[in-house]
Write a protein that binds this ligand. Structure first.
Ligand SMILES: CC(C)(COP(=O)(O)OP(=O)(O)OC[C@H]1O[C@@H](n2cnc3c(N)ncnc32)[C@H](O)[C@@H]1OP(=O)(O)O)[C@@H](O)C(=O)NCCC(=O)NCCS
Length: 238
């Protein structure tokens, strides 16, 4: 993967970019096909921005407390991309619209356990991204030899608990908090090949999105130049 493609985005907006099909109104548009890719250290900035875009209530649901921007930044800075798996869904503007964190236990005596956390931006909720990220994390956990996946959620978090329950997790309530755990079957050749294939597909998808965005930026630049030329002609006309 080209390092430039992985680097921080050049998210400058332009008229042409605003005309991308994905930029139709959030309610009217059909969501793009969500391709999930594994994120690395170069994505820290986008991860922080994604989480900082959540409102106070969502931050509370995600972290169990109302994390402020600085605490989110610390969380993003301290993500361990070697030990844990972080997955993301990018839109065509290369904005991270959804992400999940599968955290392995730091204590080696619990290395068969992992904890799952997820967030989806409000504008793209209800399209199955949370569920897809959960399924993706499940496959990865299974292939890594994890037997038990845990989810800490507030009891009020119907969407999260719904995702976990649908995947077969057992949910236990303790006042305002809920703990869900899911037993995973051992990895198979098929589960490993499926994950490899998904990652390949995600890399290709991301490269295409980068190229498409760069091309739109290029066209937008041309449009600006044309506008400038037209304005200059207009001014110099007698
Ligand atoms: C929880 C969250 C990730 C769900 O994301 P999403 O992409 O909207 O989830 P999905 O579209 O996959 O929907 C999941 C299921 O919950 C259901 N659901 C969604 N919102 C719901 C709500 N408010 N009440 C009840 N069920 C709800 C959906 O209908 C779906 O069930 P279905 O497949 O049977 O239709 C998202 O709401 C979010 O980011 N919340 C803030 C952070 C958070 O709570 N994180 C989880 C704690 S770690």
């Amino acid at each position: 993967m080209d390092a430039n493609h992985e680097g921080e985005e050049n998210s400058g907006s332009s008229d042409l970019l605003r005309m991308l099909p994905a930029e139709q109104s959030a309610t009217a548009r059909a969501p793009w096909v969500a391709v999930i890719r594994r994120l690395g250290a170069r994505h820290r900035g986008r991860i922080a921005r994604h989480l900082q875009a959540l409102d106070e209530h969502d931050r509370y649901l995600r972290f169990g407390y109302m994390a402020n921007d600085a605490q989110i930044q610390t969380y993003a800075d301290s993500l361990d991309f070697e030990n844990d798996a972080i997955f993301g869904i990018y839109n065509r503007r290369l904005e991270l619209v959804a992400m999940a964190h599968l955290a392995h236990s730091v204590d080696r005596s619990y290395d068969a356990c992992a904890e799952f956390g997820v967030s989806v931006l409000p504008s793209v909720r209800g399209h199955g991204y949370g569920s897809k990220l959960f399924q993706r994390a499940m496959r990865h956990a299974r292939n890594e030899g994890v037997y038990l996946m845990f989810i800490h959620a507030l009891s009020e978090n119907k969407a999260m608990l719904n995702i976990a329950r649908k995947a077969g997790a057992t949910v236990e309530y303790d006042g305002s908090e809920a703990r869900a755990y899911l037993r995973l079957p051992p990895a198979t050749f098929e589960s490993q090949v499926t994950e490899m294939f998904e990652e390949q597909l995600a890399q290709t998808d991301y490269r295409l999105k980068v190229q498409a965005k760069q091309f739109w930026d290029f066209l937008a630049g041309l449009q600006d130049v044309r506008r400038g030329v037209r304005a200059a002609r207009h001014k110099s006309a007698p």
